[in-house]
Design a binder for this molecule. Structure first.
Ligand code: UN1
Length: 536
């Protein structure tokens, strides 16, 4: 790892890290010229410089992972757990430094960046002890002198690809359980956040992870390294693939994995509803809506998208919510840690966000606030610090949004939220279940009956009662239904099912061939006198 002086104007934010691929335990250059990871906050700040991988680099990494699998799978699970625990300790020891790099690289606030590092630490420490469990079962046999036992076996080499919005926490949800279970990994980090990925790899080196267990290949997305990385599915490089990102790319990966008989883990988009009922604590609901919709500049798959208001409190909620939006501190998260959100992660996201303004207008929805980029010309008292060198967007609130509108149905990454007014609980549920997605959801109410019906009727994989759609804890099952995924889950014990395969062992001590079903002796039926049922 090398450090280089940064641009003088941003030198105080930190140095430029010259990073490498990590293949077979060695830090290597790629086949192609390197690329810069520029800060989302200020484009003068080069956070890292990384090699771009070509086809041969991916092949090398896949081979290193395949070779390492032979020995890593034989390491006892509690010992693998110990190493995973040491990765968590390395993250913990460097939490503040890692958080700062996340803020520089992708522009989330330092408070959220610390939370993200903590999520990775929690993941490591959870799976450290899982190495001492990784239980199988003993199953009674139908034949005498015979027993059946089951074991979780590792799957093999795992290809891992995740988005840029949680560049440390989400890869940790995949990599940590994968290696704990005895698999090896080829990981292609987002090209928007290679530096935090590299520092995560450095934590694995500090923890003494053996060579080739995790391999990191850097480069651009579909136009570069990403294309070769995905082509590896058809080349048989991976036995398992895990992806977090858009529904469109998820479908494509699902098709590729399907024809190769690989079960992919797919965590895809969301269009997360939040219902506010008449008896809700409105202050709590407004706080939940603000953080859910605008934190991370609305770039979470769990971000609140459709706020569904019961008609009795619609006006009161709107008034409070808009007032809060008009007081929201926004701006440069490096110089002003108190802002709720900073810039968008990259120019592509910003352009897609701008396009959504047009779609909303075509829908005929009412734009209550927002609809422009922040600039020196239109900035107001809410905006803090230098915003000229990043993609900073006004918070956007749409009203009178109905279920049939593009705005209601389509995932939009960015600081925007829709308000819909409904007549009843039943209509609120129709709205909440009215998109093809089913990731997260929330309801604000004190009524136990509505809570009970919401829990049973909502089609999302995750729900909050009187809390926002974001903020899932690191050891609860994470994932969605419908267009939000393929039913796999990450985190906690549930993820183990996707990184292991069950192995059933029949152990016969009878000394002869016993045939199940055919020779099973269910015992002679004991005969008694006939019960006089007919006479009763
Ligand atoms: C994501 O946006 O892909 O529940 C992950 C949350 C975070 C994770 C979000 N703990 O909002």
């Amino acid at each position: 790892m090398y450090l280089k002086l940064n641009h003088p104007q941003v030198a105080s934010t930190g140095k430029t890290i010259i990073g490498f691929n990590w293949i077979g335990g060695r830090e290597l250059e790629g086949d192609l010229p390197s690329f810069d990871s520029k800060s989302a906050v200020d484009t003068r700040d080069t956070v890292g410089i990384f090699p771009e991988c070509g086809e041969r680099d991916i092949e090398k990494a896949a081979k290193a992972a395949r070779d390492a699998f032979q020995t890593w799978k034989e390491v006892p699970a509690p010992v693998r757990g110990e190493i995973v625990g040491r990765i968590g300790s390395a993250l913990l020891a460097n939490k503040e430094k890692l958080a700062k790099v996340i803020t520089r690289e992708i522009g989330k606030t330092i408070r959220e960046a610390r939370g993200e590092v903590q999520e990775a630490i929690d993941t490591c420490h959870f799976f450290q002890s899982e190495g001492r469990r990784l239980y199988g079962q003993t199953v009674p046999s139908e034949l005498p002198n015979k027993e059946i036992t089951t074991y979780r076996r590792p799957v093999g080499v795992c290809g891992i690809l995740a988005a840029n919005n949680f560049p440390l926490a989400v890869p940790s949800w995949k990599i940590i359980p994968a290696i704990l279970c005895g698999n090896t990994v080829v990981w292609k980090p987002s090209d928007d956040a290679p530096t935090i990925a590299y520092l995560f790899a450095r934590c694995m080196m500090d923890a003494g992870l053996p060579p080739g267990v995790v391999n990191v290949v850097n480069g651009k997305g579909r136009s570069g390294c990403g294309k070769h990385f995905l082509a590896g599915i058809d080349k048989g490089y991976y036995d398992k693939f895990s992806f977090t990102g858009s529904t469109t790319v998820g479908r494509m990966i699902g098709e590729m994995c399907g024809r190769n008989l690989i079960i992919p883990s797919l965590e895809l988009g969301g269009k997360n509803p939040m219902i506010v009922m008449p008896d809700a604590n409105l202050e709590n609901a407004v706080h939940g809506a603000l953080f859910g919709a605008f934190a991370t500049a609305g770039q979470r798959c769990t971000s609140t998208a459709n706020i569904i208001l019961h008609k009795d409190i619609a006006a009161a909620f709107k008034e409070r919510f808009l007032q809060a939006v008009h007081n929201l501190p926004i701006g440069n998260p490096v110089s002003h840690p108190e802002v709720l959100y900073g810039p968008m992660i990259n120019a592509r996201f910003a352009t897609a966000f701008e396009e959504h303004w047009e779609m909303g207008k075509k829908d005929g929805a009412t734009l209550l606030t927002g609809g422009e980029r922040w600039s020196e010309a239109n900035r107001d008292a809410r905006v803090h610090g230098e915003i000229g060198r990043g993609q900073y967007m006004q918070p956007c609130v749409w009203d009178n949004v109905t279920k049939d509108m593009w705005l209601f149905q389509t995932e939009v990454f960015g600081p925007t939220v829709n308000l819909s007014t409904v007549e009843s609980f039943e209509e609120a549920m129709e709205y909440a279940n009215g998109t093809p997605y089913g990731l997260s959801s929330a309801i604000y109410t004190e009524n136990r009956s509505w809570v009970d019906r919401f829990k049973r009727q909502i089609k999302a994989g995750m729900s909050s009662i009187n809390n926002s759609t974001v903020g899932a804890e690191a050891h609860a099952p994470f994932g969605g239904n419908g267009w939000s995924g393929n039913g796999t889950r990450e985190s906690g014990v549930w993820v183990l099912d996707w990184y292991t395969r069950w192995h059933a062992v029949n152990d016969d001590a009878s000394g002869k061939l016993q045939l199940a079903q055919i020779e099973t002796d269910y015992g002679k039926k004991t005969e008694y006198s006939v019960t006089a049922w007919d006479g009763l």
